[in-house]
Design a protein around this ligand. Structure first.
Ligand code: SF4
Length: 61
């Protein structure tokens, strides 16, 4: 199981607000127009990003 960012739901036009709430520092974004990237070696599947993202772009697969 892992967390992915659904590019159909992420508008990719702002700094990802979920970056700041990830307790593992697992989410990064090259610039405000980029799809956030999740480092699966850091992610502990806590689900905070999924609950926090207003677009529901983080999905567990
Ligand atoms: S599930 Fe938790 S640890 Fe993983 S990217 Fe989201 S907020 Fe970070």
């Amino acid at each position: 199981m892992k967390i992915i960012v659904n590019q159909e739901k992420c508008p990719q036009n702002h700094k990802c607000p979920s970056i700041a709430i990830c307790p593992q520092g697992a989410i990064s974004q090259k610039n405000i127009y980029a799809l956030p990237i999740i480092d699966h070696t850091k992610c502990i599947l806590c689900g905070k990003c999924m609950r926090f993202c207003p677009k529901g772009a983080f999905e567990k697969i």
